[in-house]
Design a protein around this ligand. Structure first.
Ligand SMILES: Nc1ncnc2c1ncn2[C@@H]1O[C@H](COP(=O)(O)OP(=O)(O)OP(=O)(O)O)[C@@H](O)[C@H]1O
Length: 344
């Protein structure tokens, strides 16, 4: 549905050239939800704004539903954009119009008749769960309700593609969940293709089918969400994945933790599981093989896209040689091991 071929973009500030996107290919299959994740300044906004030519790329092709947008004249582009809706972090509603009038606006601009507009707006407000707010003004709505109005408005012209520019970044976690659930419902009910950008891996985890990670204008890794979470290759991807797991060191350990090993000190380690390592009984095997005890302080396992991954905090108890043998054994079995310190 969406194909980008060798799309690149730089900004110019006086004599300075700021590269924002290096030549980049992307394919978002019809009916899927594709999430682009990256840190601040990585190029996410530039990328999504290039997809509907809000930002003009320097080079490359942007093909939506078989049509190369870069080849269209102004009228053709206006027409093509009816198929590509967009929602934003700050909702961009018109403050002087009611909810009903905001959703009706694209239909009015497209020249629809009054009764067609009424039918469409009513069904859209029902879809987003705001039928009772038709006459309210944006100022009297919560952030989540505002985003629901923006979604209804975006769907008014039956687009094939929905672009979401950090659509949940201004919302609290509960509201974020409900908006993401709504986006998934729309994706499934209407077969809408969704491309979203976010800096939160939770968003990807909750609704995306595929994910791409962007760093300094480059799409450095992409794939289906399950395998991506299970076997991310780049350190940046692994860092984003770890950010969805929340394992704190218990306070009593934190205060006893030292950076240097010493006599009778036990290493406290963080194990990251991904891919095949999760199902294998590697922990017990390591303990048996090297004659050590492993005390698990806390663990979090997650299921994403049908695969498991997770983190564990554990203390290794045994002599130094056995502990380092066991650590190497865990690494050999596809587990990332990080020594957080030594408990004295
Ligand atoms: N209008 C502009 N003029 C000059 N440089 C720009 C402009 N817009 C973006 N940039 C630069 O391009 C690079 C990519 O910016 P972009 O906004 O696409 O990143 P981002 O991943 O969306 O970041 P954030 O999450 O902070 O919004 C950055 O180095 C940014 O400073």
């Amino acid at each position: 549905m969406i194909r980008l071929h060798a799309v690149s973009k730089s900004y110019r500030q006086g004599d300075r050239v700021i590269p924002a996107l290096k030549p980049l290919d992307l394919h978002v299959p019809a009916g899927t939800i594709f999430g682009i994740i990256g840190s601040s300044g990585a190029g996410k906004s530039t990328l999504i704004r290039c997809v509907n030519l809000l930002e003009q790329p320097d080079a490359g092709q942007i093909v939506i539903d078989g049509q190369d947008l870069t080849q269209l004249n102004a009228a053709g582009l206006r027409q093509a954009r009816q198929q590509i809706a967009m929602i934003f972090q700050h909702f961009n509603l018109l403050a002087s119009r009611t909810v009903y009038q905001n959703v009706a606006l694209p239909l009015e601009l497209a020249g629809a008749g009054k009764s067609a507009i009424r039918n469409k707006v009513e069904s859209l407000l029902e879809l987003v769960g705001l039928s009772d707010k038709a006459d309210a003004y944006p100022a009297n709505l919560s952030g989540g309700q505002k985003q629901r109005v923006a979604i209804a408005r975006a769907l008014a012209n039956d687009p094939k593609v929905l672009l979401c520019d950090e659509a949940t970044s201004a919302l609290d976690p509960e509201t974020t969940k409900s908006i993401l659930t709504l986006l998934k419902t729309i994706n499934q009910k209407l077969g809408l293709t969704i491309l979203l950008i976010t800096h939160e891996m939770e968003v990807v985890k909750q609704i995306c089918d595929r994910v791409g990670i962007i760093d300094q204008g480059e799409l450095i890794e992409q794939g289906e969400v399950g395998p991506f979470f299970a076997n991310a290759k780049t350190e940046l991807a692994r860092r984003f994945i770890r950010s969805t797991l929340h394992l704190d060191i218990p306070e009593q350990y934190r205060s006893a933790l030292r950076a240097e090993p010493g006599d009778n000190a036990l290493p406290l380690i963080r194990l990251s599981f991904h891919g095949d390592s999760v199902d294998a009984p590697v922990i017990t095997q390591a303990a048996k093989r090297f004659g050590i005890d492993i005390s698990i302080l806390s663990a979090q396992m997650e299921y994403v896209g049908g695969t498991k991954f997770g983190l564990m905090l554990a203390e290794l108890m045994g002599d130094a040689e056995a502990v380092s043998g066991a650590t190497a054994y865990l690494v050999e079995h596809n587990i990332d091991v990080e020594v957080l310190g030594y408990v004295h």
